[in-house]
Design a protein around this ligand. Sequence first.
Ligand code: FE2
Length: 485
Amino acid sequence: MPYDFTTLHRNCLVEQVAPLQGNVTGTLPPWLRGTYLLDGPGRMTFGESEFNHVFDGSALMQKFTLGENGATFSSRFLRSYAYTTNLENEQIVVSEFGTTGKSLSKSKLGKLGEKLTFDKLFSDNAPVGVVVFGGEYYCITEAPFLHKIDPSTLETLSKVDLHKELGINSQCPNPKLLSDGTVINVLHGVGATGPKYDIVAFPKKPMEGKASVFSKPKKVGSVDARWKLNPCHMHTFGLTENYVVLLEQPLTIDVKATVTNTIRDKPFIGGMEWMENKLVKIHLVNRETDGYHVLFTSVLHLQERGATLGSELDGGCVKRVVVPLNVPEKAVPEENLVKLAGSRAKAQRQKDGSLLLTPDAITKFAYEVPSLNPEHAGRRYRYFYGNSGNMTVHGGKVGKVDIDSREVKEWYEEGMYASVTAFVPRPGATAEDDGVLLLAALHSDDTKKATLLVLDAADMKEMGRVEFVTSSDVARALHGLFIPE
Ligand SMILES: [Fe+2]
């Protein structure tokens, strides 16, 4: 069966406020108790108007709660300004990434003023993920807004505007939560020399005299954007015990085009610019010394685009880059500095002192929206889990990738599509993959059905599942987290 792309833009119109009891089959581990909280675009229409892009849909929180008596499902829309205003006006009035909202101003000047007001320029719809700051839960997006939510009722409590608070224009929607409660994130702003990426650490508790954890984060480091009028789009970043790893991809935001598009009522997506034939630039920022350690450029080339959508989406695979930290000054470009056992990656010192990195392809296909054992976040890990990018053979495969052996174990079932996965370690486990993989899935043949699958993460075999039949379309979530009881 070909990939069912309609599973990407389901239109949920009715939220499930009262928890719905699911039907359990198989065996759920008795230790598995807690909440699997998800966020993603849920509502695609208001009145007659429809969003153009899958990322534009109004944020819908979904929640699976695992307890003594099986599992429940509930969902609620995030009460952003964008959602409530669209709802009130029964049409799309707030512009999103790929959709221009209909202006409510009658005069031309009013329309222009409305467009150029920062909090109108960027929607506060936050369908990217649920994250933790200061022990509290927030829905996040790339625009500089966060919405505090109550994970038990899914109510929207308050809004944080990081443009007002810190003067930034956008943020990475995948901040990293450390075991001590600190959160590291990358914020995008403009400095004296142009666009920059600031790496900051938000404390677990507000600093003395500060109102919130967002008031004055500690600066870890700062990197100037490589193209002055084109800061790059940075959805995520890497973290090790010693370094923050920034990837400046050739996918950029053309600042001039974005402003022009806004004035001309064209959506933000038109301002994205791919820098043809440019390499990915990797920055390693030392977490202790507040500065660069090394600066590299690597070859991460994409395969040629195929003629069909399916093959275009199959363009990626899992690649591992190895960065040698001690580079002898006498190294010649012909010498491969990667000495890591089993790796086919290359690192070659160029004449200008930079390193040219050639990645090692680990798998045949990409594995998207990766998850891993949270105890290995920011540390060495061997396994990760993700949705297969192979969309030509079957729709909803989920793979477990072993970085060391290059082995991939896959789960799939005809007609089922995984939204996203979460690894939950078994209490007392010592092996990295001793635990379960939670998989929120939806169905190609029944738009109102949601299934929570529990797989044994060691062999990717199903242990049990909980099925729910809801009253409206079940939307595909983008990112989520598991909160143990
Ligand atoms: Fe993502």
